[in-house]
Ligand binder design. Structure first.
Ligand code: PGA
Length: 253
């Protein structure tokens, strides 16, 4: 399966930051065009249109509302993000589940909105440190997958991002063995829910991915890419992660 390396800028970036997208694009095309890795970056809503106008890879939203329009001050909908140029959105990021109290049902409705508008979804799941230490990580994460996946979902519109909450922005990463075990559990759940289509859903790892740990994580079994926060903000940090995702015989993007 082609790997996907997706950035998540969170609440970072202004127009001046778009030069980083140019540098990322140049690194991809500099190696002869068709990279063997899919690259995407989710940016703040204010940057979707200008980023999409100049990026040579997929630009996405960091969140969308489940409704297409209405009295939801401060939110943007899937069709709005799409009109601005977004081809995908992250949904269910743990910072929104925690900060905005988003439930699995809401995350599912957001994923359904993306499906309805033919946009790709990166659906995030992940356990807290307490849940991991209690031995509940797998049960928590597979329950999130079950509860947030739209009915009848399938195909390559969807990626699941496994992001252990305690690894996000902390410099701590899960061990490669723990990541492989969790991704295997997510894969089993996807196949159970979606049948053969579940084999084709990419499962990304996220949480303090850097140039130093990317190669080991990205080539672990059932790891089909990465969702990268802090290290996606500059081309200097992000491009080496894209390179690390290449089939291991290839040396450059
Ligand atoms: P991080 O964020 O790479 O800065 O840990 C990952 C994420 O929240 O998607």
């Amino acid at each position: 399966m082609r790997k996907l390396v997706a950035g998540n800028w969170k609440m970072n970036g202004t127009l001046a930051s778009l030069a980083e997208l140019d540098a990322i694009g140049a690194a991809i095309t500099g190696a002869g065009g068709g990279s063997a890795v899919d690259v995407a970056v989710a940016v703040p809503a204010t940057l979707i249109a200008p980023a999409a106008a100049r990026a040579s890879f997929g630009i996405g939203a960091e969140d969308v509302h489940s409704a297409d329009s209405g009295a939801h001050t401060g939110c943007i909908s899937a069709p709005m993000a799409k009109e601005a140029g977004a081809v995908f959105s992250i949904v269910g990021h743990s910072e929104r589940r925690a900060g905005q109290g988003e439930t699995d049902a809401e995350v599912k409705a957001k994923a359904e909105a993306l499906l309805r508008h033919r946009m790709d979804a990166i659906l995030c799941v992940g356990e807290t440190l307490d849940q991991r230490e209690a031995g509940d990580a797998e049960a928590v994460v597979t329950a999130q997958v079950r509860a947030s996946l739209p009915d009848g979902a399938g195909g390559d519109w969807l990626a699941i991002a496994y992001e252990p909450i305690w690894a996000i922005g902390t410099g701590r990463t899960a061990t490669v063995d723990d990541v492989a075990a969790m991704h295997a559990a997510i894969r089993r759940t996807l196949v159970e829910l979606l049948g053969e289509e579940g084999e084709g859903v990419r499962i990304l790892y996220g949480g303090s991915v850097t140039a130093d740990n990317a190669a080991a994580l990205l080539h672990a079994p059932n790891v089909d890419g990465a969702l990268v926060g802090g290290a996606s903000l500059t081309a200097a940090k992000f491009v080496p992660i894209i390179e690390a995702a290449l089939p291991q015989t290839r040396a450059a993007v």
